[in-house]
Design a protein around this ligand. Structure first.
Ligand code: UDP
Length: 333
């Protein structure tokens, strides 16, 4: 057992979960990764142990909780493809809502009363052009997001009924890679802008398709708030530390508070890599809001968190170093 104790990290083999495991280990916790490895990667579990399992498998969850007696659960496990959720909503409600309920009941029965819910918002029915706070009304426009909101409601109800204390962290565009190059993003299929643009820069793809350049923004392309994955990991550790010192349930948005357009991201990649990126303009992608920029004021005030790696060149630079390592691995495979 580590000095500060054990934390069960559901989804700890994924992009954000593995970075959180690294940050937990640095802060003196032992992260116990619980992951089915359907989307996660065994190579990303460097701050051991890895317990393979599905959050829908309650018996397996109980077994791991009994073995390690974690003081808290950090929950990253979710299917997260918006389009997929529209064509197969049952999968999203079963895994994201039903699986989370399993985790919460396992926490209740295992006397774990601290929970951090990592809520990657994806696109939402948000009003355009505002800085989004936790008070911004939410109108879920897809089953993925609806399943996440159900979990937020469950956390409130488990708090009232069973004394569970939880922190929900909501964010939009996780980006970048571990600055030490140990872990980074690898999705299959990859749909996110920065890795796609990097692949175009390195010649892995012929071009990037810009999904619409006729939005009402300065250069016509959509604006997003790209937040560094190690800054996100740091916020998750700060949430655990707050719960450890008795904090009550809270929800925070995480972001840099600055938006970058698709074209600005492409320019940043060209600047960092020194390579020209070929682009084509395609139609708008269904459900894309024109601008999502998060306000993280409350997280700054209460969790004493502030992004340390907010510069686009920093985020893109780490992601570029990581993508070159991945490319080398692909070539050796
Ligand atoms: N985008 C794009 N081409 C791509 C992938 C993404 O133009 O090949 C745009 C997308 O429309 C959005 C922004 O880049 O405006 C960020 O998309 P991403 O999928 O990375 O994250 P999302 O904001 O959808 O969570």
């Amino acid at each position: 057992m580590s000095d500060r104790g054990n934390i069960l990290v559901a989804g700890g083999a994924g992009y954000i979960g593995s970075n959180a495991c690294k940050a937990l280990a640095r802060a003196g916790y032992l992260p116990i990764t619980f992951d089915s490895l359907v989307h996660g990667h065994e190579w990303a579990v460097k701050w051991v142990p890895l317990k393979r399992g599905d959050i829908l498998d309650r018996a397996r969850l109980d077994q791991v909780i009994t073995q390690y007696r974690p003081s808290a659960i950090m929950h990253f496990t979710a299917f997260a493809y918006v389009g997929d959720s529209l064509t197969d909503p049952g999968k999203y409600y079963r895994n994201n809502a039903g699986g989370s309920l399993n985790l919460l009941e396992a926490a209740r029965d295992g006397d774990i009363n601290q929970f951090v819910f990592s809520s990657n918002c994806a696109t939402d029915g948000m009003p355009d052009r505002i800085r989004i706070t936790v008070e911004t009304p939410q109108h879920p426009i897809n089953p993925y997001r609806a399943s996440k909101l159900m979990v937020e409601r469950m956390l409130t109800d488990f708090g009232t009924a069973h004394g569970l204390r939880s922190v929900t962290l909501s964010y939009f565009n996780a980006a970048g890679a571990d600055p030490d190059g140990e872990i980074g993003e690898h999705h299959d299929p990859e749909t996110h802008l920065i890795p796609i643009v990097l692949d175009a820069a390195s010649g892995q793809r012929p071009h990037v398709t810009i999904f619409g350049d006729d939005y009402d923004t300065p250069d016509g392309t959509c604006i997003r708030d790209y937040i560094d994955v190690s800054d996100l990991a740091d916020a998750h550790v700060k949430a655990i530390l707050a719960l450890d010192t008795g904090a009550g349930s809270q929800t925070f948005n995480l972001g840099n508070g600055t938006g970058f357009s698709v074209r600005a991201v492409i320019e940043a990649v060209e600047h960092v890599t020194g390579k020209k990126v070929q682009t084509k303009v395609g139609p708008r992608r269904l459900g894309d809001p024109l601008s999502l920029v998060s306000s993280a004021d409350a997280a700054g005030r209460i969790l004493l968190w502030s992004p340390q790696r907010a510069a686009t060149d920093t985020i893109v630079g780490d992601a570029w170093t990581w993508s070159l390592d991945l490319t080398a691995e692909r070539m050796m495979a």
